[in-house]
Design a protein around this ligand. Structure first.
Ligand code: PLP
Length: 395
């Protein structure tokens, strides 16, 4: 008996579809309806008083629900709108005009993060993109070699979004710290599916969002800053939430708070902060170790099933190196993914990855098998031909 299946009734979409896309957008907990009502009630009934009755503190307070999932402590996280903005807040603490101005990234890094750092070249940054070993894995030796005494920042995903490959973050942090560089670990694709302990890793920064494996919906990203850096770093991207006395409306430079509020800027995204709470509460109740154990069982099943059909899999063969997604690069994968969606099997497609299938704790092994048999049927019956390649978007 699979204990975790009892959570299925909390997620309405599971009754209506085969939901295997938690790497992209986790299923919505039904409790979000109540949470959004709570938001509307506080606005409607308390009006402007809602700020002092809770809203003002939410961009740090709600982070306490996230903290246990990444090994952080209460008060160590600030919440922002998306990961790209968290990178902007972090990089605004640093000056790229000195001799230490290099940013080291792997070419498999999430594109939005690459776009952001390439634009920092205008501010003096040098960006070194390290080629990956292949479409799946980081070339660790090459990556470590690129981190030198001129390196300022190393933004690196713990789990690569395309292949779900788990990067050796400890080795990267150790190397970076040895030469005086800072590591920004993007744990987006890891949190909620693999155990993470940012304090134990000693990482400088950890960032991620809640909309995938945490079932928290769009609009909330988290920023963890290591304790000793929290009071000393000063983001240039700042604002009145970071001020010690925001309601004094003092003019002139910010008198910065030294806690996590010091990494905030303007008015927070209150509706999204309400919406993300049910998902975070559920993930904390389920617990990360049972989730990882079940996830490994399901990804093994998908991996072996895909291989037995003779399909290419763009995910590591080593279970210890893969997180929650299996990327199946079967023939005509883009068109196959369109037909799967038409059949209410929710997955996604990415170039160089293939059909990404991401079971979560609320999925059954039968659903994994069903996805595989449907891919086989779509290929064998020629149903994929209904979807011309031109009509397939990579969104
Ligand atoms: C590893 C990783 N980082 C970042 C993002 C997204 O960044 P943002 O929150 O800025 O949209 C994603 C996916 O959406 C991702 O998989």
């Amino acid at each position: 008996m699979d204990e975790l299946l009892k959570w299925r009734s909390e997620f309405p979409i599971l009754d209506r579809s085969t939901y295997l896309i938690s790497n992209s957008l986790g299923a919505m907990p039904k409790a979000v309806y109540g949470a959004m009502r709570g938001y509307a009630d506080s606005w409607a009934e308390r009006g402007v008083r809602a700020w002092e009755e809770g809203w003002w503190d939410m961009a740090v307070g709600v982070g306490d629900l996230l903290a246990p999932l990444i090994g952080a402590r209460s008060g160590e996280i600030s919440l922002h709108q998306n990961v790209t903005l968290t990178q902007a807040v972090i990089s605004s603490c640093f000056d790229f005009r000195g001799p230490r101005n290099k940013v080291v990234m792997v070419d498999l890094e999430f594109p939005s993060v690459q776009y952001f750092y390439h634009e920092q070249v205008r501010k003096g940054a040098r960006v070194e993109i390290v080629p990956a070993a292949d479409d799946v894995r980081l070339d660790l030796d090459k990556f470590l070699a690129a981190i030198d005494e001129t390196t300022l920042l190393v933004p690196i995903s713990l789990v690569l979004f395309r292949s779900s490959f788990i990067v050796n973050a400890r080795a990267i942090i150790e190397r970076a710290h040895r030469v005086g560089a800072r590591v920004i670990l993007d744990v987006f694709q890891g949190t909620g599916t693999i155990p993470i302990d940012v304090r134990d890793l000693g990482v400088d920064f950890a960032v991620g969002g809640v909309l995938k494996w945490l079932c928290g919906g769009p609009g909330v990203a988290y920023l963890y800053v290591r304790e000793d850096l929290r009071s000393t770093l000063r983001p240039a991207l700042t604002g009145w939430l970071a001020h010690q006395r925001p309601f004094s409306f003092e003019t002139g430079p910010v008198e910065r708070r030294e806690d996590s509020f010091g990494f905030l800027n303007g008015t927070p995204h209150i509706p999204a902060l309400y919406a993300c709470k049910p998902g975070l509460e559920i993930l904390n109740k389920v617990g990360i170790h049972p989730i990882r154990e079940k996830s490994m069982r399901m990804t093994k099943r998908l991996y072996e099933g895909a291989k037995s059909h003779g399909w290419r899999v763009n995910t590591s063969a080593n279970p210890a190196e893969r997180a929650g997604t299996i990327s199946i690069d079967c023939p005509n994968a883009a068109a196959v993914s369109r037909e799967l969606l038409a059949r209410e099997i929710l997955i996604d497609y990415r170039p160089k990855a293939g059909v990404r299938i991401s079971p979560h704790f609320y999925n059954s092994e039968e659903e994994c098998d069903f996805a595989l048999t449907q891919i086989a049927d779509i290929l064998n019956s020629g149903a994929w031909k209904k979807h011309s390649v031109e009509s397939v978007s990579a969104a």
